[in-house]
Design a protein around this ligand. Structure first.
Ligand SMILES: Nc1ncnc2c1ncn2[C@@H]1O[C@H](COP(=O)(O)OP(=O)(O)OP(=O)(O)O)[C@@H](O)[C@H]1O
Ligand SMILES: [Mg+2]
Length: 280
């Protein structure tokens, strides 16, 4: 059995998707699970920058068919594994979001839990991760537009058979009416994360501000996601293979020829399904 894939989505920009991905990842790793976080925000990749890790080859190079995923992983804080992207426009243009399916499939043979961070909006690059998730976690603030975008994202996920496990309300303050937001969303509210500018300045806040209310909320969210993972995998999975993440930032170029292995190969049978293949 392969690992469990959570896609973290939400629609609106800046609501806390990446912050959620990072802190849930560190909490789950703390709880004893092997976790990898993938930066599928291909247009505005910032997971690596938020964690202060940088790596070559990047996810973009993997999605361009130029490297294997096993070469694109790096160890992040708290022992999590990270697959960072890169921020230049050429890399974005060359990266094929449809290849994400194979990348995630390969990662799920080596990690118990794969977390996919996505970008804002409902582009092709966010639709693919919604379709390949075992569970979709939606992130929203109490803002009307964010709630509307979250509902729309949930509807799209359902259309393509993505199973929405629930929502996280972030940046909540004293004026936030949590039950009103829950009613509007009409989905399970798994956590409420308070606004905390101090704690979120230096990610992961689970490590840098462990006593904050925001950290506590993320730990609780992670334990709910752990329960869902265990319930859906009959007590959890044992990875079939091991990937060795680089322990430090590595900017050496790797030649594609060195990246033979079974994980990044370019047999694009999925891609031949055309537009429908992208959404499964
Ligand atoms: N609970 C919180 N309290 C205060 N600030 C927060 C909180 N959560 C996130 N932030 C801040 O909000 C900003 C956006 O967060 P983040 O990058 O996680 O959002 P995002 O949804 O991933 O954005 P994008 O759509 O641009 O990828 C960051 O500066 C982050 O530090
Ligand atoms: Mg983000």
């Amino acid at each position: 059995m392969t690992g469990y894939v959570y896609t973290i989505a939400g629609g609106k920009g800046g609501v806390g998707k990446t912050t959620t991905a990072i802190n849930v990842a560190v909490s789950l790793q703390d709880a004893g699970h092997d976790v990898v976080v993938v930066d599928a925000d291909l247009g505005m990749a910032n997971l690596g920058a938020m964690l202060d890790v940088d790596h070559e080859p990047s996810l973009h190079q993997v999605l361009a068919g130029k490297a294997a995923v096993s070469d694109a992983i790096i160890e992040g804080p708290g022992g999590i594994t990270v697959v960072p992207g890169e921020r230049n426009l050429e890399a974005f243009a060359d990266a094929d979001p449809a290849k994400l399916r194979k990348v995630v499939k390969a990662l799920s043979t080596a990690y118990e839990i794969v977390l996919i961070d996505t970008g804002a909006g409902l582009s092709h690059e966010t639709t693919v991760p919604l379709g390949l998730a075992d569970g979709v976690l939606l992130v929203t603030t109490a803002d009307e537009v964010a709630i509307g975008d979250t509902i729309k994202t949930a509807q799209l996920a359902e259309r393509i058979d993505g199973d929405v496990v629930g929502a996280v309300l972030t940046r909540a303050d004293d004026d936030t009416n949590v039950s009103e937001v829950a009613d509007k969303l009409d989905m399970e509210m798994l956590a409420v994360v308070p606004e905390d500018q101090d704690a979120t300045r230096d990610e992961p806040l689970i490590i840098n501000g462990p006593d904050s209310y925001a950290a506590e909320a993320y730990r609780r969210l992670a334990s709910t996601l752990e329960e869902i993972y265990e319930a859906n995998t009959e007590g959890g999975v044992t990875p079939e293979q091991e990937f060795e993440p680089s322990a430090t930032t590595d900017t050496d170029e790797e030649s594609p020829e060195e990246s033979e292995s079974s994980d990044g190969e370019d047999d694009d049978e999925d891609d031949e399904e055309g537009v429908f293949g992208l959404f499964n």
